[in-house]
Design a protein around this ligand. Sequence first.
Ligand code: HEC
Ligand code: HEC
Ligand code: HEC
Ligand code: HEC
Ligand code: HEC
Ligand code: HEC
Ligand code: HEC
Ligand code: HEC
Ligand code: HEC
Length: 494
Amino acid sequence: MKDQVGWKRSGQARHMEAATRNIRSISLNKLRHTLIALAVAALFPSDRSTCMAQTQAADCKTCHTAQATELAGSIHETLGCQECHGGPEKFQLDGAVLRSFTNRSLDSGMAFDHGSTFKGKPSRSEVPQRCGECHADVRRMNPYGLRTDQLARYWTSGHGQVLKEQGDETVAVCTDCHGTHGILDQHQPQSKTYPLNIPDTCGTCHADAAIMAPFDHPVQIVDEYKKSVHGQLLLEQGDTGAPTCSTCHGNHSAMPPGFTTVVSVCGKCHQHAAKNFATSIHAQQEEHHGCVQCHGGGENRYFHQIERITKPAGVMIQRYAHLLATESDPTAEQIAAAIHSEPKHIITQALPSCMECHEDLEDDESLPKLFNLIDEIASAESYYVRTAQRIDEVGRGVLLVDNERFKFEEAKTHLIGLAPVQHSLNNSLVEAEVNKLTAVCDDVNAELDNQEDGLEWRFRALIPIWAFAIVFAVLIYAKYRRLEHAYVKPLPKN
Ligand code: HEC
Ligand code: HEC
Ligand code: HEC
Ligand code: HEC
Ligand code: HEC
Ligand code: HEC
Ligand code: HEC
Ligand code: HEC
Ligand code: HEC
């Protein structure tokens, strides 16, 4: 081997040393090819051959520029290719051979011997382990403050289990969600794991009918999510407080920590609704889909199109004012339908799914009970908007209603409290909340009555005063005329 190196015409000792190290890693076979090429070149000398005979140092990025560029801009910029792929630091190659690689597309069928330490490209099922070599190693991750549970959690996820147990490589592996060479951390807007990009990252498979067909997972999920209150909040308003796919399903395990089922994940953010739901009879039904049984959209929907139903108090009041413009004396039903019909609407929509358990919708007493609850809330809402409207009307006149407005704020708190309490399906709880709201409205109305009575009283009290003033004025005038007559003599005529 030493002789062969000596035979090289390179004058630089530094290069020779490197070559000695690297030449060992090039297989004998490769060397033989190179030698033959050199011999041929020596037989037909030309300008080009002198240069061909020189060996040049090459590393991974000499031939794989695309991957090297991506890696350089990624979170892994400090890693060498060898940490994931093995292979030597440098190759010592004949210049022409090297050019033939760098000038042609690498997938044109050319073979390159990467040496004996080269591990190659990991197959999809090898990827988790390959990434886990560092990411599951506490010692390696400590300096970066990164958790080391991704690999372990991945194996417990729906994806990992199917890969492990069935060897099915269509499921997601680390590189599907993170990328391969261009991995960015989740806070960068171009990252595949940036919250706003996650629906599309998951969607590359979950919205693809061909990939999902064997697994019986509906591909409509992704689109439904995008149309949902959460999807719109996140994707259109950039509000990262709204959940994205991985908020509910977890990144690496099928579920975020602390949840026994994905159906209980909603309570992380909707605590009041969840607390009340937990006391309802449905919370004990194993087959019940929890929150998404009612909120997931019903027939021909796949639990992800969760819609907004609560209208802010201000919108309800506006809708009432609008109703009054066309209807001078609306009935309670008309008011309920006009200001907030959504709760009934979502239940009607979901009804077919209730029939899995409530077989006979006609005879079942449960459903009228629910609609009763909703009606009760609706009439409380209606009282609320009527009171609000009255405060406004009175305030537009001569009376000051600041006190009433202030008191009425409390009614809003109870109004907002109604919907979460309704999840208990408990009549008396809802009634109690309705009563609190009604009491405040009663109070405010009583005060307005008082104020208006006072105004009327003051108005009436003014009548004698005015009468007195008029009589007084008349008397004064009469007196004036009399005095004028007595004292003011007409000037003598010339
Ligand atoms: C002289 C050019 C050249 C150099 C230097 C080179 N490669 Fe390659 N590499 C190729 C070619 C050509 C292919 C495609 C054919 C093949 O697999 O042999 C390839 C394929 C690969 C593959 C895919 C293998 C597979 O199983 O599909 C990986 C991974 C790879 N190279 C990594 C590296 C790494 C890491 C280095 C540095 C240690 C490196 N390469 C250095 C030319 C090169
Ligand atoms: C963090 C680990 C990691 C590092 C570092 C890394 N690779 Fe890879 N590389 C992979 C994985 C994993 C694959 C398999 C791709 C897949 O299945 O998505 C791969 C695939 C490849 C391939 C096959 C073609 C392709 O893009 O799929 C080439 C070539 C390659 N890498 C070259 C390199 C080079 C050159 C470097 C250094 C600049 C490098 N890699 C650094 C993990 C790595
Ligand atoms: C050779 C060790 C090594 C391997 C193998 C490796 N990583 Fe990393 N990875 C790191 C280090 C070190 C960091 C931290 C870099 C930093 O913060 O500067 C990191 C950071 C990350 C981050 C960003 C974490 C964050 O939010 O800050 C992700 C995501 C990631 N790696 C995914 C992968 C994936 C996917 C693979 C497999 C394709 C992989 N890693 C393979 C060492 C490795
Ligand atoms: C590379 C394709 C691919 C990507 C990307 C992907 N998945 Fe999957 N996923 C699958 C396949 C295939 C299945 C079916 C396996 C099964 O039923 O367990 C699946 C199953 C699931 C399941 C059901 C698991 C179970 O236990 O039944 C959930 C939930 C899921 N994926 C969520 C996600 C989320 C969230 C993302 C994005 C962060 C994502 N997936 C990205 C391919 C993918
Ligand atoms: C189904 C998609 C998916 C798969 C598969 C996946 N990840 Fe992640 N990963 C994510 C998402 C999404 C985040 C962002 C977490 C967040 O927003 O908090 C993440 C975050 C990370 C982080 C940052 C630290 C952390 O835990 O928050 C690392 C490191 C990481 N993943 C490594 C891996 C490794 C290693 C694998 C393979 C064993 C893997 N991931 C598989 C989706 C995935
Ligand atoms: C607000 C929380 C939430 C969000 C966001 C969410 N999901 Fe779901 N997902 C659920 C719930 C709850 C279920 C279970 C429905 C049921 O009871 O069957 C589910 C079910 C699934 C299933 C079927 C699992 C199975 O075992 O059959 C898949 C696949 C899935 N979701 C993927 C996604 C994808 C992809 C996204 C993002 C586009 C997403 N989910 C966003 C809560 C969510
Ligand atoms: C990460 C937090 C988070 C999780 C988890 C979450 N949501 Fe939400 N949800 C929100 C936010 C934020 C809003 C918007 C609130 C607003 O603007 O009034 C919202 C709005 C809603 C609304 C509309 C509320 C209204 O006033 O009309 C419903 C219904 C809803 N979510 C149901 C669910 C269900 C069911 C789940 C579980 C499958 C769930 N959410 C999981 C954060 C979350
Ligand atoms: C039996 C059907 C049903 C179930 C199950 C259900 N909801 Fe509701 N939800 C409703 C109805 C009806 C309303 C509207 C009440 C109203 O405004 O009159 C509502 C309103 C809401 C609102 C908006 C009002 C508020 O509280 O801010 C949220 C958020 C919500 N539900 C979340 C959940 C969560 C989380 C779960 C599971 C823990 C759940 N729901 C389970 C029927 C249901
Ligand atoms: C998994 C089975 C299951 C599903 C699905 C289901 N329920 Fe029920 N529900 C029950 C059981 C069991 C009871 C208690 C026995 C009864 O009253 O019939 C009940 C009771 C009720 C009650 C009365 C609660 C009480 O305290 O008296 C209401 C209201 C109700 N369900 C509404 C609904 C609505 C609306 C849906 C569809 C969105 C639905 N349920 C879906 C099983 C279910």
